[in-house]
Design a protein around this ligand. Sequence first.
Ligand code: CP
Length: 296
Amino acid sequence: MKHIINIEDLTVEEINQIYNRASEFEKGIRKANHLKGHVVNMFFENSTRTKMSFEMAENKISANKYDFFADTSSIQKGEDLFDTINNLSAIGMNVVVMRHQDNNLIENLSKKSYFQEISFINAGSGTKSHPTQALLDFYTMKKHFMDLSNRTVVIVGDIAHSRVAKSNISLLKKFGTKIRCLAPENLTGEKIEGVEYYTSLKEAFEEADIIMALRIQKERIQEKIDFDEYIKNYQITKENLPYAAFLMHPGPVNRDIEISSEVLEMQNARTILNQAKNGVYVRMAVLDTILNLQGL
Ligand code: CP
């Protein structure tokens, strides 16, 4: 586990190990002191939760953290990102936490050899992968249900453009969870083996344990979106939300589009803030594991 790039690269044992370590951090029975570790956060796409949660995790494990701002960096003078990373490594950075709009750039960077050893953590790459989000979603679900193998998860919304959906599907398949995707045809994307696809909310929500809503990613969609039609057929409301459903959303939420404001004020929606809270423990566990492997 030198890098965390895609969920596909992690074994069930490694995912459970991150879960257990995150749980120890949450309970306060694990402490970490990584004053020798240097972590640089490089966000080329906007973020609130992931960026703040990594920063909080870095502070809590006493690592040294650095913010890289692309707009004021020498990338603006034309420096290639490969050379930037080489230099950050030479300066002494041990871990790069990166979010980028390109699906494969972080993975490609992680495969290059550098002046010193450096680890990459993918904080969201294009529409392909968001491994730490899937790990924190897993933590949130497992903490509540313990065993996910006999549960049904419905992922609803803009699946086509969602790295969160892809990473969650990849993770949940490893644990034998029944996965349903619910979306209008134009937001379904390429179908994934082992997933059941629905266009009817009523059918998809039948006997569902977990409902994971996704944001409509306006910035990645070229064609005009018919929001009225989406709201009519797919918005999660007090009327269609199953009574005992475990409601999740990775955030940011488009209020009154994916989920009605009324539902967001309900007790069910507390889970969404718990996802954000749990993200800190999971990212502490990921950073702790990687820095330990580097002997720091
Ligand atoms: N869930 C998530 O990745 O949120 P941010 O884009 O705010 O980091």
